[in-house]
Design a protein around this ligand. Structure first.
Ligand code: MN
Length: 482
């Protein structure tokens, strides 16, 4: 039986934590990353009787920006509802969310997998509050609840079933994260769960009909989205091949074992008894508000991607430029500067995305503090063209500029990194090298031109890497009478 007879379909529900200063309905700090448990709470966050929520306008603004980043506009009218369920991390007994009228309806994102572009449609996105967090200390006969996260604004974004492979799921997750980060909607700190993915996976023999789905909740990296979807597609395909039923259920992802495990079966939809939230007035946005939101939008990842494609760089390198808004906005400025050539821009992109990025990955520097100077980096590129330095030295100068700043010519001079192009000086070294290496010199004379590389290497070593290798090669040939 061919595997291709089974069509996988994936829907992704993403919770994006909005980067407001305060919570969705209370004037309490929203950034709980460094706070001890239960220090960022108020009577509203823990649902004391009589507490009245007040809507944070900044959250609405971020939702409006998210809508534009998703290629659409926010809805002009939406309201909140209460979603009832009982769990210790939800003291009110209901979550304030949007159900009938999400603030975003529709939209789309473009993704690219192996050179094939496709559009993933967005079904809806609603604004809601987060719940608290339960922890279960190992061996203890109690659980702990931390309400710091209760009331944090979330945008829950639901995709249409347009994704059909693990690679597309990963690409969508990353593209959504990039779009929300560039639009200024979220800090996008994946480690702290600012963006969390729930994936629905089903496999069907009939491509016109969806199979029974399983859901894996709370994935917080693109890699785990890809691995979990891949695992589920294989597991469900195997079951169907064997004629066994797929159960509709919620499954957990075990990162260590790279396996999904059954958690709870969901035979019927739970009855959440949705009802309009009576304490918060509806959200009404007018044309003027929407127009203003659009004019205030920064560059979005897809616009920058199209711009960087003009540099004729490999796709992977463009994507790593996009990973950091500091780097991509710098590259965008470089490209807008009419005094900087495409050749220089391409070289600078390579230094930043490959060489400097490797130092960032090692934790040696941070993009937040990196000193990115258009003028200095362009000068390094020119010094390379003028043979004043070689490409290894160029990278070392770039590192120094990015970490401490400075004038590249000065750096090269102080560090004694300038390439020696003075023929008289190189001539002396070449003479020495030929005298010290009679055998390779004779080989070169006899027409074994491969040996010339060895002699050039000796010249480079003797000059501590400063001789211009092209000139060295020319002078070796000249002295050997070739
Ligand atoms: Mn939700």
């Amino acid at each position: 039986m061919r595997v291709s007879e089974y069509t996988p379909t994936i829907g992704i529900e993403t919770h994006v934590q909005l980067k407001t200063k305060t919570k969705l309905f209370a004037a309490v700090d929203n950034d709980a990353r460094q706070a001890p448990p239960n220090t960022l709470i108020s009577h509203i966050c823990v649902g004391m009787p009589g507490a009245l929520p007040v809507l944070n306008e900044a959250a609405i603004e971020l939702c409006a920006r998210a809508a534009v980043a998703l290629g659409t506009e926010p809805q002009k009218f939406s309201y909140f509802e209460r979603k009832h369920y009982f769990y210790p991390d939800l003291p009110k007994g209901y979550q304030i969310t949007q159900y009938e009228t999400p603030i975003i309806a529709g939209g789309h994102l473009h993704i690219e997998v192996n050179g094939t572009k496709k559009c993933v449609r967005i079904e809806r996105a609603n604004l809601e509050e987060d719940a608290g967090k339960n922890t279960h200390p190992a061996g203890a006969d109690y659980s702990l609840v931390d309400f710091n996260r209760a009331g944090t604004p979330l945008l829950e974004i639901v995709s249409m079933p347009d994704i059909h492979s693990a690679a597309e799921a990963k690409a969508y997750a990353r593209e959504l994260w990039l779009a929300m980060k560039y639009a200024g909607v979220t800090d996008g700190d994946l480690y702290h769960g600012h963006v969390r993915f729930d994936v629905n996976v089903s496999v069907s023999e009939n491509p016109d009909r969806l199979g029974i789905r399983s859901e894996i909740k709370n994935l917080n990296s693109f890699r785990s989205v890809e691995a979990a979807v891949d695992y589920e597609i294989k597991r469900q395909t195997e079951l169907q091949k064997k004629g066994q039923p797929v159960v509709q259920e919620t499954r957990g992802w075990d990162e260590a074992k790279q396996k999904s495990l059954a958690q709870r079966s969901k035979e019927e939809a739970q009855d959440y008894r949705y009802m309009p939230e009576p304490d918060i007035p509806p959200i009404e946005l007018d044309d003027d508000y929407i127009k203003k939101t659009k004019t205030k939008m920064p560059s979005l990842p897809n616009d920058l991607r199209m711009k960087f494609e003009k540099l004729d760089l490999p796709q992977g390198l463009i994507e790593s430029l996009l990973d950091n808004p500091q780097v991509s906005s710098f590259m965008s400025r470089i490209m807008a500067n009419k005094y900087i050539s495409i050749k220089d821009a391409r070289r600078i992109a390579n230094w930043l995305a490959i060489d400097v990025q490797s130092l960032v990955n090692l934790g040696k520097i941070s993009w937040d503090t990196a000193k990115l100077s258009e003028k200095a980096l362009t000068m390094v590129s020119h010094m390379l063209d003028d043979n004043k330095i070689n490409s290894t030295t160029a990278k070392n100068i770039v590192f120094e500029i990015v970490v401490v700043g400075g004038d590249p010519n000065e750096i090269a001079r102080i560090r004694d990194w300038l390439q020696v192009s003075d023929e008289a000086e190189i001539e002396k070294i070449v003479a020495e090298v030929i005298a010290e290496n009679p055998k390779p010199a004779q080989d070169v004379k006899n027409g074994e031109l491969k040996a010339i590389g060895f002699l050039v290497g000796q010249v480079m070593a003797k000059s501590k890497g400063q001789a211009n290798p092209e000139i060295a090669k020319k002078l070796i040939k000249k002295q050997l009478g070739l």
